[in-house]
Write a protein that binds this ligand. Structure first.
Ligand SMILES: Nc1ncnc2c1ncn2[C@@H]1O[C@H](COP(=O)(O)OP(=O)(O)OP(=O)(O)O)[C@@H](O)[C@H]1O
Ligand SMILES: [Mg+2]
Length: 488
């Protein structure tokens, strides 16, 4: 192959491959244009100015402060800005000491967010996104998703991102681990943004739920809200509220996952109404372990050893029967349920649900239990019945009643595919890593994921730990001759 340069015009050369075959069709190459040097300089100068302007606008507050201090120093000598800075430090220090929450909201958090935006997220944005494959190159130009805003919380940062047009959150979920390592976080979750095309990335820096939460205080009767009983804490520090009114709750978790603490925290939050007769707990305890301890608190209690004649199943059938009678009575009168002494709100707690529906050796009892549970869960919601079921195994064959529980809690699970079985499709991709919760009780027991009504994104929560002593105190609470203050 041979090459030669041909002159097209002044300053324009083209390299053209010379053909060996003189009769071959000619090949054309585009001419090379040479930009005049002056123009190159002007374009670069304009680019520099635009970048400087963008920097100034983006960092207007710190730049103005630095410029103001510089001007003071230049005009009145350098002791003046030093004094101003000292005065500001004293004012801020006093503010922080007097009213910490407002100081955090107005000063500490915005400053921290700005700092992390500039020195962590913006600095590493391009290299991390390129390595993670979230940028696109089209016709030689690189398109980079943009960083809109950073909000720092006590244990995590939320970063608002404008995705590339045509990109979907799945692309970000698929590389969440790359992003976490890239920005030095322990975990990243992808959340829906404030409008289509934008997402929030939640960078978890520290586990806010690593420490056990002691049992929550027993509320006053007037504060008990059956549509949101406080049973623990969510990752953002807000209370985890569990709804019982108008729903049923399934708690799934491997052995030692802390199902007992969710059940007991719920009973604890109900305690004043329980004692007042407005709420009843009927407990089914196949293992005779979890609930026998607080037996005195339950209106009815069924356990396996009562069972030659089907004690536990009798209890469920009695509940289903009473529920039917209630439905009959309420029909045409009222559609919303308010608990009263005549018609208390009834919570049917079933520990180890799978025992009744799958493992129980007597087939007949299994069938009866299953149909009583199906009746309670399908029809009980509007007449003041709520079933709370706990079970270790989330597999479909073990519990085909699972879909009858509108609210589900995934504590630590053994396998990753169980997460979506409990919380619904896509929950694990949206960050419900229930299979990765620590099996060390102090760190991971009672930790789990829930889906709240307001959002499809799973929320990480931890139930408060109700110890044996707390349960003893709760039982004592109900006995009139005991000192209630002391028992609490
Ligand atoms: N919320 C919690 N915070 C801290 N520790 C907890 C919490 N819940 C439970 N634990 C600890 O974990 C242990 C196991 O909890 P629990 O008995 O509730 O598990 P489980 O899910 O009911 O297991 P199983 O299915 O075997 O009955 C408890 O003995 C307790 O020490
Ligand atoms: Mg248990």
């Amino acid at each position: 192959m041979a090459w030669e340069f041909r002159k097209l015009g002044p300053g324009e050369n083209v390299a053209v491959e010379t053909q060996r075959d003189p009769f071959a069709a000619p090949k054309w190459a585009p001419p090379v244009w040479h930009m005049p040097e002056g123009l190159v300089l002007i374009v670069n100068a304009v680019r520099f100015l635009v970048r400087a302007l963008v920097f100034l606008v983006r960092n207007i507050v710190p730049v103005s402060i630095a410029a103001g201090l510089g001007w003071l120093g230049y005009r009145f000598g350098w002791t003046v800005p030093v004094l101003v800075l000292a005065l500001v430090a004293v004012v801020l220090g006093t503010w922080a000491a007097v009213d910490r929450p407002s100081f955090a909201g107005w000063v500490a958090r915005p400053v921290r967010s700005w700092w992390r935006l500039v020195f962590i997220y913006r600095r590493d944005w391009q290299p991390v996104l390129v390595t993670a494959g979230l940028t696109k190159v089209h016709k030689g130009r690189e398109y980079l998703p943009s960083l809109v805003r950073v909000r720092c919380g006590p244990t995590s940062d939320r970063v608002l991102v404008r995705m590339l047009k045509g990109q979907a959150p799945d692309a970000w979920e698929a590389v969440a681990v790359n992003l976490a390592h890239g920005f030095g976080a322990s975990l990243v979750r992808v959340r829906n943004g404030d409008r289509p095309g934008r997402i929030w990335l939640e960078f978890v820096r520290r586990d806010a739920l690593a420490e056990p939460i002691p049992a929550l205080p027993v509320p006053n009767a007037s504060d008990v809200d059956l549509s949101g009983l406080p049973v623990g804490r969510a990752e953002d520090g807000s209370p985890w509220r569990l709804r019982l009114l108008g729903t049923h709750v399934l708690i799934a978790g491997a052995t030692g996952a802390g199902k007992g603490s969710v059940i007991w925290s719920t009973i604890r939050a109900l305690l004043p109404l329980l004692l007042g007769g407005l709420v009843e707990v009927w407990a089914v305890d196949p293992k005779r372990m979890e609930l026998s301890f607080g037996r005195a608190l339950f209106e009815r209690y069924g356990r396996y050893s009562d069972d030659p004649k089907g004690g536990m199943v009798d209890l469920l059938e009695a509940a289903a029967e009473d529920m039917n009678a209630r439905a009959e009575r309420f029909a045409g009168h009222t559609r919303s349920f308010t608990p009263s002494r005549e018609f208390p709100f009834r919570v049917i707690v079933v520990d180890e649900l799978a025992f009744l529906t799958a493992y129980c050796p007597e087939r007949d009892l299994r069938k009866r239990a299953e149909s009583a549970l199906a009746v309670l869960t399908t029809q009980g919601r509007s007449v003041g019945y709520c079933v709370i079921g706990a079970q270790q195994d989330a597999r479909k064959e073990v519990n085909n009643l699972r879909n009858l529980f509108p609210d589900r809690i995934a504590l630590r699970l053994d396998e990753d595919d169980q997460v979506d079985m409990v919380l619904g499709d896509g929950a694990r991709d949206r960050g419900a890593l229930a299979d990765q919760i620590s099996s060390v009780p102090e760190v991971g027991a009672g930790v789990g994921f829930v889906r709240l009504e307001t959002s499809p994104d799973p929320v990480r929560v931890r139930a408060a730990f109700v110890s044996d002593a707390d349960i003893r105190a709760m039982v004592a609470y109900g006995l009139p001759d005991l000192d209630i203050e002391g028992a609490a």
